[in-house]
Design a protein around this ligand. Structure first.
Ligand code: HAM
Length: 404
């Protein structure tokens, strides 16, 4: 669980306000929910065999011995709330969005935190494939507005009966291969078998590549819906790829599912979602076809930080008080000429000044000491190539202009 420091909080808030505008323009209204729920809200919905329920929930007893859990995701809480407040009673359409912290006891690593932030939507009464399109277009619009290039992996799990049929099929296909699967997948055969497709184990991947993926076995109606869904995405220039082995890590999905990844950037999904037609009724509400997705804010911020590592044109290193004085004058001249320039304002060792130049990601470093002043030259080092040369101060503008 990490702090969000003042230098990050501005881009954090900008991201949230951009998403808020897009959510509003797509007809979603905000719902603000507690961060803790009764544990069964999650155990009944996310799947007994899901990693979240099995290993990742922060569960504790309150003073009356009731089991509570810090929400690991938003969908189950939203469904609990819309049922509890009777928002679905007239069979109407309800579109809500939420923004807030989620908690999963995962192994912390880049892009994976124990407290992370999601902004997500849930669309109840989502009967036609246009609702799936609406959700994906909303996700895509947010990323576009945030200048985050994504590619969306899409697949369909088919309807409930397709899923039952496929589960039987894959159980049979894997029964005699049980001993070759990893321990986790051997257990998955008995619980949620589809999750074997999520496994990163090489052996399991090898076995699964020969097994007919779910898409090949969904019924014609679902295939037709999937085709119509793709046609709409194409019409609106959404970049997507079909991934016939895509399954989601939560049990409640059926029908069209998707995950968004940042183009040419090695990281986990920045967003995921799909259709969940039975979740509302499983939780005691009316049968309500629904769709939704959630975007992970932390992963977007991480990408922005990585991709916007600041660079400056030049850093000035001064060896001695006269050089410091001359470099300060040069600094101001360079800035007036439109170059980004920095320097150390007090006398420090060359090593510490070069360290500072690196922290600024300087393209060039200019070095000036007593010797250089006597010879009326400056030394300039190209930080990318390591090449160093001596030039006259009035040549600096040309050198910097060639690089910038
Ligand atoms: P999810 O794929 O589990 O889906 O999470 C959605 C997004 O939350 C991920 O794509 C990722 O960006 C972010 N995320 C998940 N775990 C972590 C983590 N440990 N650290 C940082 N970011 C993380 C859901 O949660 C579904 N409720 C989405 C949904 C809404 N489906 C239908 N409606």
């Amino acid at each position: 669980m990490e702090d969000i420091l003042p230098q990050q909080s501005t881009s954090w808030q900008n991201m949230i306000s951009t998403a808020r505008c897009v959510f509003n323009s797509f007809g979603y209204h905000e719902i603000i929910l507690p961060v803790a729920e009764r544990t069964e809200v999650f155990t009944r919905t996310l799947g007994d065999s899901s990693d979240i329920v099995n290993k990742e929930m922060y569960t504790f007893e309150d003073k009356k011995g009731r089991s509570l859990t810090l929400r690991p995701e938003g969908t189950a809480s939203v469904v609990r709330a819309v049922i509890e407040h009777g928002l679905l009673s007239s069979g109407n359409t309800v579109k809500v969005f939420y923004i807030g912290p989620m908690f999963r006891y995962e192994r912390p690593q880049k892009g994976r935190k124990r407290q992370f932030y999601q902004m997500g939507v849930e669309f109840f009464g989502a009967r036609s494939y246009y609702s799936d399109c609406d959700a994906v277009l909303c996700m895509s619009e947010i990323c576009k507005k945030l200048d985050i290039p994504i590619v969306i992996k899409i697949n369909t799990l088919g309807c409930k009966s397709c899923l039952v049929k496929y589960t039987e099929f894959i159980k049979k296909s894997l029964t005699n291969k049980q001993d070759d699967l990893c321990k986790d997948c051997a257990t998955r055969i008995k619980s949620n078998i589809l999750r074997v497709f999520d496994c990163k184990n090489k052996n399991c991947k090898n076995i699964l590549k020969d097994i007919t993926p779910i898409y090949e076995m969904v019924c014609d109606k679902d295939k037709q819906q999937f085709t119509s869904f793709k046609d709409v995405l194409n019409k609106f220039d959404v970049t997507f790829v079909e991934d016939r082995t895509l399954v989601r890590g939560l049990d409640y999905y059926s029908g069209i599912i998707y995950e968004a990844y940042i183009k040419d950037y090695n990281s986990d999904a920045v967003s995921g979602g799909g259709r969940y037609n039975d979740l509302v009724s499983i939780m005691g509400g009316p049968q309500t076809p629904s769709v939704g997705f959630a975007i992970g804010i932390d992963r977007l911020i991480e990408y922005k930080n990585d991709s916007s590592k600041k660079e400056i044109d030049v850093f000035l290193v001064s060896l001695g008080p006269s050089a410091l004085h001359k470099n300060f004058e040069l600094l101001i001249t360079l800035r007036n000429l439109g170059f980004s320039a920095e320097m150390e304002y007090e006398e420090k060792s060359p090593k510490s000044q070069f360290r500072k130049a690196n922290s600024f990601n300087a393209k060039y470093v200019v070095v000036r000491g007593e010797d250089e002043i006597k010879k009326d030259i400056i030394k300039i080092k190209d930080m990318a190539t390591g090449h160093e040369k001596e030039i006259k101060e009035n040549q600096l503008k040309t050198v910097l202009s060639n690089k910038t």
